[in-house]
Design a protein around this ligand. Structure first.
Ligand SMILES: Cc1cc2nc3c(=O)[nH]c(=O)nc-3n(C[C@H](O)[C@H](O)[C@H](O)COP(=O)(O)OP(=O)(O)OC[C@H]3O[C@@H](n4cnc5c(N)ncnc54)[C@H](O)[C@@H]3O)c2cc1C
Length: 373
């Protein structure tokens, strides 16, 4: 079965890998657009810590993604791919006051039976919290989630793509368009028509523009995020991610070789305006230094800008497009796509191949009625 996948972010690359491993023939097409979310994403994978998406389904899909991650990393390693930046470094939910943290710890513990992947939950005093993340403000206490992890979106996608190719996937560079042959949707890249039995739009925030080419209105829009990478002069590989309470767009995540990432703005209504702004940079740095003043002497390595693909109800848009046989959509992962993306790619592959689904997709019907964005 030949499957054309438009978009080689975390969703498209994961789908290509799963399809190729199952013996299908994915063709992964990407235009390398500025603002690709996967290339800008911070990389926190701690779905049990809550989300800015206040929807009842969050814990179901978040837990499934948290459960799936270590298995995916292990399967990639079997395929010879170990350079993903993934590490189970833990996560700290931080606040000055013990009471809200104790509530969080109780809530996590009540859900741990159903999601044992979250690991040990412990409450840390300010000294213990700073021992785990030295730049932290000395007044902050924490709840430690041992199962919290981080991943480097760029390295993960590169690993998925290499592994998919080894299983027989093909790649094409270029801008794809959707075309109609009678009722069936096809793909064109430059002057070339790509023959396929199924077509997947996994084009992130650009997915709505593609669907519009075949007369389908997809309710997804870009939300800009500006994010900074800092350089510490100590090893930071084992530092946990920092998630301030109450949950906001602000967080910190550390990688190997002293790289500490502080994010991020959440600019709904930004359109595809691929710019850093004075206000965005000021906000990201102020938030970071308020929570972790010890970051102040660190050098700035780079800023990144990405467009999160956001649906109005903050839920994924995932499944078949009823009006167009053979056409599938997978987007809308918003600010949690590095966490949900690998599972989303797998669900997509299962759906295309007619296999039993790991998770019921009905809440994510891509053309469900949504308020305007
Ligand atoms: C600043 C920031 C911080 C984030 N932090 C986190 C985090 O800590 N944890 C987490 O879980 N998530 C995080 N996210 C969210 C996550 O990065 C995204 O949800 C996820 O990467 C979306 O992946 P995607 O594959 O849907 O889209 P993308 O990665 O945007 O990929 C879409 C691809 O489609 C291609 N494309 C588009 N149109 C066409 C076309 N016509 N033809 C060919 N190719 C096309 C583009 O070039 C692009 O490569 C963050 C996002 C941002 C911006």
């Amino acid at each position: 079965m030949r499957v054309a996948i438009i978009g080689a972010g975390v969703v498209g690359a994961s789908a290509a890998w799963h399809l190729a491993r199952a013996g299908a023939e994915p063709v992964l097409i990407d235009a390398g657009l500025e603002g690709r979310a996967t290339a800008a994403g911070a990389g926190i994978v701690a779905p049990w810590a809550g989300s800015s998406a206040p929807d009842p389904d969050w814990h179901r899909r978040g837990s499934a993604a948290g459960r799936d991650y270590p298995a995916m990393i292990a399967s990639l390693a079997e395929d010879g791919e170990t350079d993903t930046g993934y590490a189970r470094c833990g996560a700290l939910i931080v606040n000055e006051n013990p009471a809200p943290l104790e509530r969080v710890a109780r809530d996590l513990l009540s859900r741990r039976k159903a999601a044992p992947e979250m690991g040990e939950i412990s409450v840390l005093d300010p000294t213990q919290a700073r021992a785990a993340f030295p730049p932290l403000h000395p007044a902050l206490r924490a709840v430690h989630i041992a199962g919290g992890a981080r991943v480097d979106g760029r390295r993960l996608v590169a690993a998925l793509r290499r592994a998919a190719m080894r299983h027989g996937a093909r790649e094409m560079d270029g801008t794809a368009s959707l075309i109609r042959h009678a009722s069936v949707v096809g793909v064109q890249v430059g002057g070339e028509k790509v023959a396929a039995d199924a077509v997947v739009v996994a084009a992130g925030a650009w997915s709505a523009a593609l669907l519009a080419q075949v007369g389908v209105a997809l309710p997804v829009a870009p939300q800009r995020g500006q994010i900074v990478h800092l350089q510490a002069d100590v090893e930071t590989d084992a530092w946990p991610s920092i998630l301030p309470l109450p949950v906001s767009g602000h967080y910190l995540v550390a990688f190997e070789h002293g790289r500490v990432v502080a994010g991020a703005t959440r600019e709904t209504g930004s359109g595809f305006d691929y710019r850093l702004t004075a206000g965005g940079q000021a906000q990201v740095l102020a938030d970071a230094l308020r929570v972790a003043p010890g970051l102040a002497p660190m050098g700035v390595i780079e800023w990144r800008v990405g467009f999160r693909p956001l649906a109005a109800d903050l839920m994924p848009l995932l499944g078949k497009v009823p009006a167009a046989p053979g056409l599938f959509v997978a987007t809308g992962l918003g600010g949690t796509g590095l966490t949900l993306g690998p599972l989303t790619g797998r669900l997509l592959a299962e759906s295309i191949l007619g296999q039993p689904l790991t998770l019921d997709l009905s809440p994510y019907e891509p053309l469900r009625k949504l308020p305007a964005l």
